[in-house]
Ligand binder design. Sequence first.
Ligand code: FAD
Length: 340
Amino acid sequence: MIKTDVVVIGAGPVGLFAVHQLGIIGLKAEIIDNLDKAGGQCIELYPDKPIYDIPGIPECTGESLTKNLLEQIKPFKSNFHLNEKVQSISKEKNNWKIQTSKEKIFIAPNIIIAGGVGSFEPRKFSIPGIEKFENTGVFYSVRDKNYFKNKKVSIFGGGDSALDWAIELSKISEVTLVHRRSKFRGAEHSSEVAQKLAKEGKIKIKTPFQIDSVEEKEKLTAINIKDDNGKIEKITTDCVLGFFGLIMKLGPIAEWGLNLEKKTIPVNTENFQTNKEGIFAIGDICSYPGKLKLILSGFHEGALAARACFKLARPNEKYRFEFTTTSKNIQEKLGVKKSD
Ligand code: FAD
């Protein structure tokens, strides 16, 4: 059981900056995200695209913004719990009990939901019976490529992830790359490399084919793929990897008894509290009159929510507003060295 001042759900740009705002006023935070890395939409949807409207930064990419936000919160040594989805929350006296998909339990007087458009989840195969092999024979991401070493691996998809993993795993596994269209939509260069590997007999490419069914003997043994004319081909396989992109699902957040409005959480703009005391919502997931789904709006929302968290986390102390430029207290928390 982990006790803290604030549990931040979502390590997107807004959740990350909220951790900074909590840190400078002396509150501890634990951050939970369903993804395997911090950065939310910035890192998952547009890591290389330039952003032009972060105040004071004329141009940065999704990736560099994330990197800088992480650098900015380093002094607070907050713990990240990645690959973990917050499943349920319940009230326990003056605290909230937060439970994750990995059965971790957090106890905190405050929760800041910075869940964006919900948790990112992979689009999955839709054929019957395949779900029981998930994480043993069927995968939607690669956590450890060595798991696939010396195995027969069938990779589905036409984008960058499918191409990149087909190329990478061809070094250690027997790879078949399957795509439902004749042309790949990933980077031209990766497509050329994959075609070259196929010519050299280092991978097999099957296009246009889709998965039709799986064969099993306790574990996955083979898959059948079907072309546009209905012709079926059997591929002996140990593992199947599907890279069909991500979908965003509000997921468990919808079941926490919070008021919802078109998949967003209404808040008051004084402190970004939801209809439940101690639960705040900031960033893309919150709604109020005039809301702009911009990173800069989320930064402001996090600053106000953090101050409101102080009241519940330190009921016997008075919050004092201070500037970072002049506050010795804040500078100490940031580890700023004194200059004469
Ligand atoms: P997100 O970035 O969506 O992060 C939310 C995180 O919460 C995710 O990582 C998700 O996995 C996690 N999460 C959700 N539910 C759970 C749960 N139950 N358990 C665990 N984790 C959970 N904005 C700008 O200001 N300027 C731009 O130029 C700009 N360009 C954009 C370009 C594109 C292509 C897109 C798609 C968006 C752009 N945006 C831009 C919008 C901006 O990215 C969003 O406003 C911003 O990412 C919102 O941040 P957030 O932290 O609220 O949510």
